[in-house]
Design a protein around this ligand. Sequence first.
Ligand SMILES: [Zn+2]
Length: 167
Amino acid sequence: MQTKQYSIKLNKKHEADTVKKQCKMCGKVTVFTDTTIRRHNANGKNIYQFAIYKCPKNHSWNKKLDIYKSFTNHVDPATLVPSEFELIEEGEKISLSVSGSESYEINITGAEGNFRIDRTLADHIEGWGRTEIAQKIKNGHILLNNCLTKPSHKLALHDRISITINE
Ligand SMILES: [Zn+2]
């Protein structure tokens, strides 16, 4: 059976940040709003983190947030997402296969705040509601760190969710 691996970083929702600056496309000073979407670009040993901001006309501006070196004392290697894991960005959803037997693994690479497993999965899996997810948790098709859990369980950093679909 093939296992697809994903990672999700859970962060508290915060007020959208805005910045007044010149928009090259609009040709005037306008207000850019943080879309809360983050991008990581690796360049040699450096990893650059950008926040994507948009002007009212939807032009993008990438604000550089952080530069961190990979595999130094400043970065816990466990917090770096291995390349084989597909990072699910905020607002993105995972599409699970509807045919055949497949298994999925979701790694939690950040958990700032209270995130119930059922709500988190409903927010991140295309077409799955909380009731359906609660049922799969109860019947063991969704496991947390290889153990049975309950729908109200709060997720923590480094938690691993396994999902098995048997058709
Ligand atoms: Zn613009």
